[in-house]
Write a protein that binds this ligand. Structure first.
Ligand code: ATP
Length: 250
């Protein structure tokens, strides 16, 4: 099996709106190894969401390539891309994005139902046990706390045993303690189940749970740090902010 879950080469994304061109990503090269947890950080507008969307096959880049496992996305039709996203990629968003009319169990099983795939019962039991929702399977999301809802979203992302789970600010709507629980859960799915997690976050403490922190600025990678710790992350971000301000004032 390839050691890389996702590879990105020379990824460029230029948005053109109302005659204006915005270069959101300017030739990014990046690979995420299987069984690793990476945080993607950077100032607002630095290209984090654009990177996540292109890597997840939600958006087509202007130039460059993305591989998920051994599949290169630009060669896929929309139908095949949709299937790849459903089968091989998990998503976790700040707003949980659960379906209110479905129970916890139905939400977790939804990606498998949509894919027409029989659940791997042993894997699902492991996932449900890991996220600690065994007692809540018949409840609706509205009856759960924010942290519990995010646990359901993580279980749903894990259900298909994807190549990679992309998280966009997964703790943005949670209090500090609940956020710490959710981050510990993401850490454990990487450590104990060899899953691959890529997480966009603004929070240096959240990023310190990752094995690696990649910092973007102006659509380029400015830092790629192995296990830097929250303090060093905060320092690097502050330095980047100072450099950006100096450049803007010059
Ligand atoms: N659909 C779009 N049309 C035009 N410009 C866009 C579009 N989406 C993003 N951009 C621009 O591309 C750049 C990168 O945006 P992106 O959302 O990827 O940044 P980000 O780092 O995720 O920001 P934030 O932390 O604020 O979410 C910004 O200048 C943004 O205004």
């Amino acid at each position: 099996m390839k050691t890389e879950a996702v590879r990105i080469e020379r990824l460029t994304r230029i948005y053109e709106t109302g005659g204006q061109r915005v270069t959101a990503l300017a030739g990014v090269d990046l690979a995420f190894d299987r069984g690793t947890f990476t945080a993607v950080m950077g100032p607002s507008g630095s290209g984090k969401s654009t990177l996540l969307q292109a890597a997840a096959g939600l958006d087509r880049p202007t130039e460059g390539q993305v591989w998920v496992g051994d599949v290169e996305l630009s060669k896929l039709s929309e139908t095949k891309l949709t299937k790849l996203r459903r089968d091989r990629i998990g998503f976790v968003f700040q707003a949980f994005n659960l379906i209110g009319a479905l129970t916890v169990e139905e939400n977790i099983l939804l990606p498998l139902r949509l894919a027409g795939v029989q659940p791997d019962r042993a894997w699902l039991a492991e996932v449900i046990d890991r996220v600690g929702l065994g007692e809540r399977l018949r409840h609706r999301p509205a009856a759960l706390s924010g942290g519990q809802q995010q646990r359901v979203a993580i279980a749903r992302a894990l259900a298909t045993r994807p190549d990679v789970i992309f998280c966009d600010e997964p703790t943005g709507a949670l209090d500090t303690q609940t956020a710490a629980d959710v981050l510990a859960l993401l850490r454990s799915v990487v450590d104990d189940h060899a899953q691959t997690v890529v997480m966009v976050t603004h929070d240096p403490v959240a990023a310190s749970y990752a094995d690696r922190v990649v910092v973007l600025a102006d659509g380029r990678i400015r830092q790629d740090m192995p296990q830097p710790g929250a303090e060093r992350i905060a320092e690097q971000l502050a330095a980047l902010g100072r450099r950006t301000r100096v450049a803007q004032e010059a």
